[in-house]
Design a protein around this ligand. Structure first.
Ligand SMILES: [Mg+2]
Length: 91
């Protein structure tokens, strides 16, 4: 059982290196793109979509960890969600 995701990400970054993990992030983003295109084209494979979303979330967390962006990303995400909420209220 994984108790601390951050520790796991730090171990992965130490073992494989930031460059390798950034390349892997690009690969995982591409795999999610393929699955989304399949969904749009009516070839939905929920299991594959779930897998690729999970892969991308894990890689995004590693990108945030390697660049020490936890607070900046959280603040930007909050700002964007507030903007979205405001736009939705205008409709
Ligand atoms: Mg994948």
């Amino acid at each position: 059982m994984i108790k601390d995701d951050t520790t796991l990400y730090q171990k992965a970054l130490k073992k494989f290196g930031c460059r390798h993990q950034m390349i892997l992030a690009i690969e995982e983003l591409a795999e999610l793109q393929v699955e989304l295109a399949k969904v749009i084209n009516g070839r939905t494979d929920v299991e594959a979509l779930v897998t690729e979303i999970a892969d991308v979330e894990i890689m995004l967390s590693q990108l945030i960890e390697m660049h020490h962006l936890q607070h900046a990303v959280a603040a930007e995400k909050l700002r964007k969600l507030q903007r979205l909420e405001k736009r939705l209220q205008e409709d």
